[in-house]
Design a protein around this ligand. Structure first.
Ligand code: SF4
Ligand code: SF4
Length: 112
């Protein structure tokens, strides 16, 4: 296909960019499988520590609480690679579509 034809074709395709952060935040379209702020199903977690061991950026620390060992995720270190979800034998890590995770204090970037 010639480059001229490709340029012509692109002129009539629907736009694929979003006016973020302008416009309505709810209208930003995110693809299936998008990895935003993670969600931990604490009830299913068995505290095996595999997620902490496999995280390539040291974004998970296992903390012992009343229910035993549970991971805490530090979003400021996370690169949203999905490895912890892959490694979890109980499938208790999932990702929301929340991508506006900037914050002034690190404490609010913890996910437990
Ligand atoms: S998504 Fe990747 S970087 Fe983030 S906590 Fe999981 S394994 Fe670590
Ligand atoms: S890998 Fe899954 S079950 Fe194991 S500690 Fe992490 S979240 Fe819990």
């Amino acid at each position: 296909m010639s480059i001229i034809w490709e340029a012509y074709r692109q002129l009539f395709r629907p736009k694929s960019t979003e006016k973020y952060p302008f416009g309505n935040r709810e209208e930003v379209s995110l693809p299936d499988g998008f990895r935003g702020k993670m969600i931990l199903n604490r009830e299913s977690c068995i505290g095996c520590t595999l997620c902490e061991k496999d995280c390539p950026s040291g974004a998970i620390v296992i903390i012992v609480d009343a229910k035993g060992k549970r991971p805490t995720f530090f979003l400021d270190r996370c690169m949203f690679c999905g490895q912890c979800q892959e490694s979890c034998p109980k499938k208790c890590i999932s990702y929301s579509k929340e991508f506006e995770n900037a914050a002034y204090d690190r404490k609010s970037l913890e996910v437990r």
